[in-house]
Design a protein around this ligand. Structure first.
Ligand code: DX5
Ligand code: ZN
Length: 222
């Protein structure tokens, strides 16, 4: 059974309280900080950038989980500062040479992850399972916080977990990203996800202390 881990979605964080929030997340044992990088082409939005990653690397030792929603991502991996233990995810839909991109991520000392949009078949994974440490299943269409989970993605997580376990890839993480509410998180965990991207649906909720949301989410995925 893989460790259940929480990755707060930093695009949803209150930038004016970032220092306090990072200290609180460290105290809560947060395993990854989810960093959404969007280029306005692969998804119709801009969010965080290369300097934000550098600043976070200097502000905290919590590993980063960098989600690249970037077109033609193969040639842009060097744009992003990487630290040993970080996760870097590239979208299969945005990558001409997927195996090479994943090998490049590992060569940088990071863990390699493939991200799949809700409409993308699991079959794109067939040839690259030896090259991944995790798979990011988008449970919303990428680009914006505050959306509703695409219902069929729950069954997709279950099918993926079964496929990985049946083929000797029990060690590969499954990350759920999008509308990870307390109720959805429980279903995603039951389906086989073990990393949960926590945004406005769970931990970044106005007037709810960060620690309360994190502890409630940990309880939901136990
Ligand atoms: C979606 C983003 C996520 C997440 C935000 O593109 O990658 O960070 O949806 O959290 P929610 O969905 O809870 O607002
Ligand atoms: Zn994301």
């Amino acid at each position: 059974m893989l460790k259940k881990m929480i990755a707060p979605s930093m695009m949803c964080a209150d930038f004016l309280c970032l220092g306090d929030d990072l200290r609180e997340m460290k105290a809560c044992g947060i395993e990854y900080l989810h960093i959404d990088i969007m280029d306005g082409v692969f998804v119709p939005n801009f969010t965080l950038g290369t300097d934000y990653i550098k600043k976070l690397h200097r502000a905290t030792d919590i590993p980063l989980d960098i989600h690249l929603m970037v077109s033609d991502v193969d040639g842009k991996l060097d744009w992003f500062e990487v630290r040993e233990g970080d996760y870097i995810s590239v979208h299969a839909e945005a990558c001409t040479h997927l195996q090479r991109a994943l090998a490049c991520i590992r060569a940088k000392g990071a863990k390699a992850m493939v991200a799949l949009n809700p409409g993308t078949s699991l079959s794109v994974l067939d040839e690259i399972l030896p090259d991944v440490d995790g798979i990011l299943v988008m449970t919303v269409n990428p680009g914006f916080a505050g959306q509703k989970m695409v219902p069929q993605t729950l069954e997709k997580i279950a099918r993926l977990r079964a496929y990985l376990d049946a083929n000797g890839y029990e060690h590969v993480d499954i990350e759920a990203d999008g509308n990870v509410s307390f109720e959805n998180a429980r279903k995603m965990s039951d389906a086989g996800a073990n990393i949960f991207v926590a945004g406005t649906s769970a931990v970044f909720v106005p007037d709810v202390p960060l620690r309360v949301g994190i502890e409630k989410l940990r309880e939901a995925v136990k």
